[in-house]
Unconditional design. Structure first.
Length: 431
């Protein structure tokens, strides 16, 4: 077994950073294949926190090579900043540890400008994007106007492509949004300052690197960003991100055939959160919701926004299992549920007086469903210091047994705190 995909099975922020950091010690390569600096993966090692937005979460293990593959949109300024911060804290000593595909689309300041102008113009109907230019960059890619990572090292090609794309962007910015136009020379100046810093990571074809690695029996971990329910095609459209976040996207974004994949791990929190707008059937608007928010420290790693909180939604989780082909679950933040008399789990929805067990994919219908909540007995003991699964309170084990029975999937990892060591029952990833 050598290729494993790790995806978020909810609305993102499930704790993918911790899971990928944890398993990276067992991997030869970690690959980011979609999304951009809108991801915010938090890793805590020996009490020290590192937040990664673009660089794969395997980077804290010096022997693990990290790849940013074609499907990612790379903000060159954020990327350079992240690389500097990693080097300052003693990581990434060898730049060959990190590879960026020449075919990655780059995000330049004008993508952010457009993103923010659009959200402003939408007013109350805003999507709640991170404003980091991700949407405009993917649109540009589909419109066949994207500036690729390889282009930024070629003066002539860069200028030509920028001229072509900026004509349209400036029209939009000035005439539609009433904003200032973009100066091409300023963008080129900015890129030239960064170029030397970025060059060591340049890789012509990362799909070939991955292919050769798999052929040689190396272990490759594909790191998903955001979450299943934010998927562009299968999420709660239009309140979704602008890339495909499901497991199939790992193949598309990194150029690997589907038959190469051996295992798909779905990460789920023991409860649910959502940041930004959009339907969220199990959202709690009461003290319990506030408690989850505070105890779980549910603030976005990228935007600092408060996350909305609610009970675990098994209808949504079963949907995620189906569309990703999830084979194993990782259960995060079980510790946050400690101290509650009862813990709720959504087992079905009620829609127009009828009980349904499948998630409606239309936004209009999903906004109308009412969760059918089953209350299970809670537990009082705090879990952060538990090191052996056998010491978990009986009711927390019953809670997981219930999820296991409802989903039919094994729970391969249980996390009871942000630290690497606060991990119980982690089975070897590549077995
Ligand atoms: P990601 O985007 O999926 O990587 O998720 P984030 O990093 O945005 O959010 C997860 C947050 O939960 C981070 O602050 C982690 O350090 C923290 N975290 C991860 N696992 C656990 C856990 O089991 N318990 C607690 N209390 N915090 C955790």
């Amino acid at each position: 077994m050598s290729a494993v995909i790790v995806v978020g099975s909810q609305w993102g922020d499930e704790g993918k950073g911790k899971v990928i950091d944890f398993f990276s010690a067992q991997a030869d390569f970690v690959v980011r294949y979609q999304g951009g600096a809108n991801a915010g993966h938090t890793i805590v090692v020996d009490g020290k926190k590192t937040v990664l937005h673009l660089v794969p979460s395997g980077i804290l293990h010096p022997k693990t090579k990290c790849i940013i593959a074609n499907g990612v949109v790379l903000d060159v300024n954020s990327f350079a900043e992240e690389v500097r911060a990693l080097k300052l804290t003693g990581y990434l000593k060898d730049s060959t540890q990190l590879m960026v595909s020449d075919a990655v689309s780059v995000i330049l300041p004008y993508h952010r400008q457009l993103d923010q102008a659009r959200e402003k113009a939408l007013g109350a109907d805003k999507i709640g994007t991170t404003g980091r230019g991700i949407g405009p960059a993917y649109e540009e890619r589909a419109g066949r106007k994207a500036i690729l990572f390889g282009d930024i090292f070629d003066d002539e090609r860069l200028k030509e492509k920028l001229q072509s794309t900026l004509q349209e962007k400036n029209f939009l910015l000035e005439k539609f949004y009433g904003e200032k136009p973009i100066e091409i020379d300023e963008i080129i100046r900015n890129i030239k300052v960064l170029r030397e810093e970025l060059k060591p990571f340049r890789t012509a074809d990362t799909s070939l690197v991955i292919h050769q690695a798999l052929k040689a029996g190396k272990k490759v971990l594909f790191e998903g960003a955001q979450g299943t329910l934010l998927d562009l095609f299968h999420g709660t459209y239009p309140f979704v991100t602008s890339s495909s976040t499901i497991a199939g996207s790992a193949c598309i974004g990194s150029g690997v055939g589907p038959c190469e994949i051996d295992k798909v791990i779905g990460i789920t929190k023991a409860y649910a959160t959502r940041v930004g707008e959009g339907p969220f059937p199990t959202e709690l608007f009461n003290q319990t919701g506030d408690l989850l928010q505070h105890k779980g420290n549910e603030f976005g790693a990228t935007t600092g926004r408060k996350r909305r909180c609610g009970w675990l939604d098994l209808v949504a989780l079963r949907y995620a299992i189906r569309i990703n082909g999830i084979t194993h679950l990782a259960m995060m933040k079980l510790d946050v549920l400690s101290g509650m008399d009862e813990v709720g789990v959504c087992v079905a929805y009620e829609l127009n007086g009828e009980v349904i067990r499948e998630m409606p994919t239309s936004y209009a219908l999903l906004s109308k469903v009412k969760p059918v909540i089953k209350m299970l007995s809670g537990w009082t003991d705090e879990l952060e210091k538990i090191t052996d699964i056998k010491d978990l309170p009986m009711n927390s084990r019953r809670y997981m047994d219930f999820i296991n029975a409802e989903t039919g999937l094994p729970i391969d990892m249980i996390s009871v705190g942000p630290g690497r060591e606060q991990t119980l029952w982690a089975k070897p990833l590549f077995s």
